[in-house]
Design a protein around this ligand. Structure first.
Ligand code: PEP
Ligand code: MN
Length: 361
């Protein structure tokens, strides 16, 4: 995708404010609900009104969306409030219906992005459209799958293309519903700086009281927009009740969020600096997390050694690790001295842990 510049241009050409704001309920439930929320969001920072019409649910038996009738409600939203409309499409029939109802923005959900067959089918159905098409990251943390979907849509001659970062599922229990794995979004942004990147803090957090902080991180990382699930009665929403915020909360969020300044040279310097620092913060957290995981594995080794009454220090193994890491470090521009110092510290900590385990009574 050598011409990724074209992707950003549409955002500038449409003269949309920064950040782009997409908000509305997870699901369209009733005509009254859809219109009430839209009216409450009318005079706010919201540019696009979202509502899921066809809902991909992990387990059957949950509310699976109102279907095509919801598209008429979205048309009414546009007539009555002037808000542009957005919904998820997952197959050719959805695309045809959404286009017939003049939906302005279509997004491909995380469960669809994982399937090249589905993505290709949607790309074929959308061929040449001038609607905005956004691609959510796949459920699993696989950058090439995400990029593959972007390439399929781009090849279908869709000019107003962008991506939505909604986090990734993980086997481990974390405070997030879907772990952000910010480095994946950052890598995508680095490779295609002109592809608009929207953050979806609702699906990342799964909890409304965490939505603000994740939104701020996204803005700090120079995301182009936010998609935030909004409902006048979140607790009684028919889907994703825990993560939706009220229209009032959303409005307050946009008063409190710190926006990036991009006016003069000084501001550009500052915003670049804070973007890089935010990246460093994310990476440092990962470093600590990885070190913690390494130490847990080391503890397991300590338990094994205790069972067999084997010495903690295994010189051959240690020398092999060091030699390897010095080479790996060299390839990444890290000095031998630094790698040695770092691994000696890690090794020492590991020995301390194993010592405790092997000598525990
Ligand atoms: C949604 O936006 O309501 C949705 C189903 O999202 P995702 O595809 O990210 O799970
Ligand atoms: Mn949802």
């Amino acid at each position: 995708m050598e011409n990724s510049k074209e992707m950003r241009k549409w955002l500038d050409e449409m003269a949309l404010p920064h950040p782009l704001v997409i908000a509305g309920p997870c699901s369209a439930e009733t005509e009254e609900q859809v219109l009430k929320i839209a009216h409450e969001l009318k005079d706010s920072d919201v540019n696009y009104y979202r509502a899921g019409i066809w809902k991909p649910r992990t387990r059957p038996g949950n509310f699976e969306g109102v279907g095509a009738i919801g598209l008429k409600w979205l048309q009414k939203v546009k007539e009555e409030t002037g808000l542009k409309t957005a919904t998820e499409v997952a197959n050719r029939a959805h695309v045809d219906l959404a286009l017939e109802h003049d939906i302005d923005m279509l997004w491909i959900g995380a469960r669809s992005t994982v399937s090249p067959f589905i993505v290709q089918d949607i790309a074929d159905a959308l061929e040449g459209t001038d609607k905005v098409v956004l691609i959510k990251n796949p459920v699993n943390p696989d950058l090439s799958l995400w990029l593959g979907a972007v390439e399929r849509l781009h090849s279908a001659n869709i000019k107003k293309l962008g991506v939505i970062h909604r986090g990734f599922s993980s086997y481990e229990k974390t405070k997030y519903r879907n772990i952000p794995e910010w480095q994946l979004a950052i890598e995508l942004q680095t490779r295609f700086p002109d592809l608009p990147l929207i953050n979806d803090p609702s699906h990342i957090t799964g909890k409304r009281d965490m939505v603000f902080d994740v939104s701020q991180t996204a803005l700090d990382l120079n995301f182009d927009g936010l998609m935030i699930e909004t409902h006048f009665d979140p607790d009684n929403a028919w889907s994703d009740a825990a993560q939706q915020v009220t229209p009032d909360t959303l409005k307050q969020m946009f008063i409190d969020l710190k926006m990036r300044k991009e006016t003069d040279l000084e501001a550009e310097y500052n915003s670049k600096l804070s973007n890089l620092r935010a990246q460093i913060d994310v990476i440092d957290n990962q470093l600590i997390d990885t070190l913690g995981k390494r130490m847990k594995v080391s503890d397991e080794i300590g338990k094994l050694k205790r069972q067999k009454n084997v010495a903690v220090l295994q010189t051959n193994r240690w020398n092999a690790i060091l030699g390897n890491m010095i080479l790996e470090g060299e390839e990444r521009g890290l000095s031998e001295e630094f790698v040695l110092r770092m691994f000696k510290a890690i090794h020492q900590e590991s020995i301390n842990h194993q010592e405790k385990i092997i000598n525990a009574s």
